[in-house]
Write a protein that binds this ligand. Sequence first.
Ligand code: GN1
Ligand code: MG
Length: 341
Amino acid sequence: MIPQQILEAFELSTHAGVHPLGSGHIHKTFKVEDKRNFVLQRINKNIFTRPEIIAANNLAAFQFLKEKFNNYYFLQALPDHLGNRLAYDDEGFAWRLYPLIEHTMTINEINTEQEALEAARGFGELTKKLNGADISKFHPTLDRFHDLTLRYQQFENALELANPDLIREAKNEIDRAKTFTYLVEEYNQMINNKQIPLRITHNDTKVNNILFDAQTKKAVCVIDLDTLMPGYYIYDLGDMVRTFVSPVSEEEKDLTKITFRKNVFEALLSGYLSEMGSVLTTEEKKHIPFAGKMMTYIMALRFLADHLRGNTYYHVSYREQNLVRAKNQFRLLELIVDNAL
Ligand code: GN1
Ligand code: MG
């Protein structure tokens, strides 16, 4: 399962216990039980064609944070026997190793206001602490990742090339995608007017990307730093709204279970603003209600486009999974449009 040369590069025993870990859509992740426990991850090279940019961004953040906030826990990949933080196998895949942080847990759905507050505080703290870092040292690991205009174009391209059966099957969702194009315009206005500054954002702030202390339920650290790069704060705030407010995840097929929990929304805002409130400009704050709409729309479009392309991007365990995810996200989007004021 794990190439011998990778185990050797990281000086792991060939007898170590290896178990699949987590619920990510992109990489292959394993728990490795050796003298200590580790997390070993194979980076998806079709998506992240330049993993060395991820490593460089992570190092830039680590160095800045270490100097400024020595007590802040920022996850950093471990060096291999040559001192590199990425090791390549014969097929050209990059692998990285992390310490497994004991006595912590992740959750896939928010259950309490306290969890929402704490997770949002944790993500807000990262951007706040990186405020003042030299942005020119950070580079996009995925170009125009959260550019809504690009994502809408990609949806249109996928639609143009799609097999007619897939189009028929997804007709309702395709129609719904078109009814929300006013959000693309709102996005462009915001960006083109240069109203809000670029910051170092996480760009994947879904709820399972924060580690909670298993006992105290405090946020211990932020994980999945692949897309730590320049971005707008609404990307982070919006992905939290998308993944926190509903009691069920993007995988849920029963759309009646999707709801907008106003108390959770408010807890998440107050957690995020407890860190970022003093950093955000007045202009940025005006876009708070837009954040959740934009990020939920972007995910609906991305899932729908991937379904129309025949599931080339996200891991799926059944054929219509991306369509289910798109339906789920459009339902959630409607609720956010009605409630996130
Ligand atoms: C992907 O692999 P994972 O779960 O960390 C995706 C995010 C989406 C998310 C939806 C690089 O993240 O943008 O929000 O799925 N990451 C990439 O669950 O495309
Ligand atoms: Mg991710």
